[in-house]
Ligand binder design. Structure first.
Ligand code: HEC
Ligand code: HEC
Ligand code: HEC
Ligand code: HEC
Ligand code: HEC
Ligand code: HEC
Ligand code: HEC
Ligand code: HEC
Length: 456
């Protein structure tokens, strides 16, 4: 459990400043890391966004409303618009040949523009039909990390430590062999999501990642969650200054349901719930437990049921946590402003829960008291899950096939199938009750009643 940035993140933060300045010394827009793709060609001639507008007017009209477009205004407002250090990340190509010099002489290169992310566009404009001269279109996080990466905003570093940074090692060989992409890639592959939801290709080839190595595959990168070009008004705090450019709503309040068709429909969920949701597995299925991704459903207090038996195993149950303002983000991505003593900020992008987010809403008076409440709840959940497992007896008699149970599951009574489903529902949520304490307690009590009725 993380309460503050660890020493490790402080050290990597400092290292990244060094790397960051080396990076800035190179041509802005050229890659600083392998797998970058956001680079330019050898000719580093910047055009400025108004030139791109001639042919890409909708991108321009979107971008002009983002805070990237006004990044030089931000420096002006605090009298730092002549500080070369700052200009490196707040303008196009500052200090480079053909790059930003001053607002008076190069007004067309003010702010964070197309060419910061796509590289210089001169060659492309000269010959738009030349595919080799087209500015790269890359979903790599290093495109953003050129600037979103130092002690003041260590976003890239934090993201790199998160599970979102790569593709699960079990899936890499499968994707490389041209399999599983359409069934698993929707949540596990940035490349698949890019093709399907960003480029909106009518069909994505199953062989999209064939022959690729782990380093050539993208996980949940910045632009899977953020739209690089436009304001979206999807953030809870979205306002004139901040928008965050989130692709999906930060918070959502779907009506609770037990239907597989409803629970597997991503459009009812918030941003995180695009992937952290049920895949539809119900208690009557026997090969393996449900997927690990059920957090949103535990959070809302619901679970899927077989179509022909919609009697809830446990009544759908609401929780106060559902109403913390930014939902998942409140606990998993609280930010900490730059701290002079630590010389570091926390951008929340390692996604680890942080109890700083739990105090200040008037429910838990302090992070310490939230920690105590959590420790007590999690201890009970751990103990009840262990007791359930023991009371069920020899796993070879009751477990799912994948977990060491019998290959032939026909002798396992429905009641046991329901109990093991409830057991795994709590276990695989991964929060040990925190996502929905009320529902979790009701499930554990329900398990106890069922086991007692069976004499176990
Ligand atoms: C004279 C017209 C013209 C101008 C000016 C122009 N582009 Fe393009 N651009 C095109 C055409 C045509 C394509 C190819 C068709 C498409 O993908 O939309 C293209 C494609 C692109 C792509 C997609 C590459 C890909 O692999 O999908 C990017 C990115 C791009 N342009 C960025 C820019 C940027 C940045 C500027 C300004 C520096 C710019 N363009 C200026 C016409 C232009
Ligand atoms: C050239 C440096 C640079 C690059 C490259 C860059 N950014 Fe930024 N970004 C900034 C700066 C500077 C700001 C602050 C602008 C301001 O408020 O003046 C910012 C602000 C933002 C914000 C906050 C917007 C808001 O409404 O609060 C988001 C989100 C963001 N960037 C995402 C990205 C993503 C995603 C990428 C990559 C696709 C990226 N940035 C690439 C420099 C950069
Ligand atoms: C390594 C790239 C980089 C450098 C160098 C840099 N900035 Fe920024 N700046 C950013 C990014 C990225 C953001 C957006 C941060 C975010 O929203 O997380 C930003 C945001 C800001 C903001 C807006 C903060 C807010 O919350 O709205 C101010 C003010 C600012 N920078 C000032 C400066 C000043 C002053 C300097 C020079 C002393 C400087 N920056 C140097 C990348 C940089
Ligand atoms: C903050 C980084 C960033 C900025 C600024 C930016 N782009 Fe992009 N652009 C991307 C990324 C990343 C992609 C691929 C993902 C996507 O399309 O959302 C992309 C995709 C594109 C494409 C391919 C078609 C498409 O929509 O997928 C074009 C064309 C393009 N950008 C043009 C522009 C132009 C013109 C501007 C300036 C007006 C601009 N971009 C500003 C990062 C950026
Ligand atoms: C609806 C989105 C979604 C789909 C589809 C999906 N996953 Fe996942 N998967 C997730 C999420 C989210 C996690 C992380 C949950 C966590 O860590 O608690 C995860 C975790 C995993 C893990 C790590 C959990 C563990 O065992 O330790 C593996 C392995 C995995 N998925 C494999 C697959 C495979 C194989 C497929 C396709 C058959 C697939 N996933 C389809 C969302 C999905
Ligand atoms: C899994 C989704 C996800 C990914 C991946 C992600 N972000 Fe974010 N990001 C968010 C959310 C949600 C917020 C809004 C946080 C809030 O409301 O406080 C955010 C906020 C931000 C902000 C504004 C922070 C501030 O304090 O002003 C910036 C800048 C940003 N992200 C950049 C990035 C960059 C750069 C990357 C890749 C290195 C990235 N994000 C990856 C979800 C994501
Ligand atoms: C595009 C799909 C996607 C989105 C959107 C997404 N995640 Fe994830 N997330 C995953 C996958 C896949 C994993 C597991 C990766 C693995 O285990 O290989 C994961 C892992 C995690 C983990 C780590 C779990 C562990 O076992 O360590 C946390 C925490 C997490 N996500 C929180 C969030 C939050 C909070 C949001 C919203 C801001 C979010 N995620 C949005 C797909 C997604
Ligand atoms: C009230 C605070 C809170 C909210 C709201 C919240 N989480 Fe969590 N989450 C936690 C805590 C605490 C843990 C358990 C961490 C631990 O014990 O290691 C956790 C665990 C997780 C894990 C599993 C991590 C692992 O190691 O297996 C994932 C994934 C996750 N949350 C995603 C989400 C998503 C998605 C949402 C929104 C639907 C969400 N969380 C809402 C606090 C919260």
């Amino acid at each position: 459990m993380k309460r503050r940035s660890s020493l490790r993140s402080i050290v990597t933060g400092v290292l990244s400043v060094i790397a960051g300045s080396l990076c800035l010394a190179m041509t802005m827009g050229q890659g600083c890391a392998p797998n970058d793709g956001g680079g330019g060609t050898a000719t580093s001639q910047f055009l400025g966004a108004s030139e791109c507008r001639l042919c890409h007017s909708s991108h321009y009209d979107d971008w002009i409303g983002t805070s990237h477009a006004s990044a030089l205004e931000t420096l002006k407002a605090i009298g730092q618009d002549r500080n070369a250090f700052c200009l490196g990340c707040h303008t196009v190509g500052n200090g480079e040949e053909g790059g930003f010099v001053s607002e008076a002489s190069t007004p067309h290169l003010a702010g964070v523009q197309c060419e910061n992310c796509h590289g210089p566009g001169f060659d492309h404009r000269s010959n738009v039909d030349d595919r080799n001269a087209r500015p790269p279109r890359s979903i790599a996080s290093s495109v953003c990390g050129k600037c979103h990466n130092n002690t003041h905003h260590p976003t890239l570093d934090e993201w790199q430590r998160s599970a979102h940074a790569g593709v699960n090692e079990e899936l890499v060989p499968r994707f490389a062999a041209g399999s599983s992409l359409s069934s698993c890639g929707v949540c596990h592959s940035g490349d698949y999501r890019d093709a399907k939801f960003i480029q909106e290709l009518s069909s994505v080839p199953e062989t999209l990642l064939s022959g690729k190595t782990e380093a050539e595959m993208y996980g949940v990168t910045c632009v899977i969650c953020h739209d690089p070009h436009k304001r979206t008004e999807n953030a809870v705090e979205s306002g004139p200054a901040k928008d965050y450019q989130l692709r999906y709503p930060e918070a959502a309040y779907p009506a609770r349901s037990n239907s597989v068709a409803v629970l597997t429909d991503s459009s009812r969920y918030n941003l995180c719930g695009q992937c952290h949701r049920s895949r539809g597995r119900v208690w009557s299925e026997t090969s393996r437990p449900m997927h690990h991704s059920i957090q949103s459903n535990m959070f809302h207090g619901e679970m899927p049921l077989p179509d022909d038996d919609q009697t809830p195993l446990v009544a759908n149950t609401n929780t106060a946590h559902r109403f913390v303002p930014k939902q998942c983000v409140t606990c998993h991505m609280p930010t900490v402003e730059f701290d002079e003593t630590l010389q570091l900020a926390d951008s929340g992008h390692d996604f680890a829960p942080n109890l700083e987010g739990c105090s200040g809403l008037g429910c838990h008076p302090s992070p310490q008291s939230a920690e105590q409440d959590m420790a007590a709840l999690q201890a009970r959940v751990d103990a009840d899950l262990a007791a359930c497992y023991n009371r069920l007896g020899d796993p070879s008699t009751w477990e799912y096939t994948s977990e060491g149970g019998p290959a032939d599951q026909s002798n396992i009574p429905d009641e046991i199938k329901k109990i093991r489903f409830l057991y795994y529902w709590v276990l695989y949520d991964g929060s040990k009750g925190v996502h929905n304490p009320e529902y979790t307690r009701a499930i554990l009590t329900n398990i106890d009643v069922r086991l007692t009725a069976l004499g176990k």
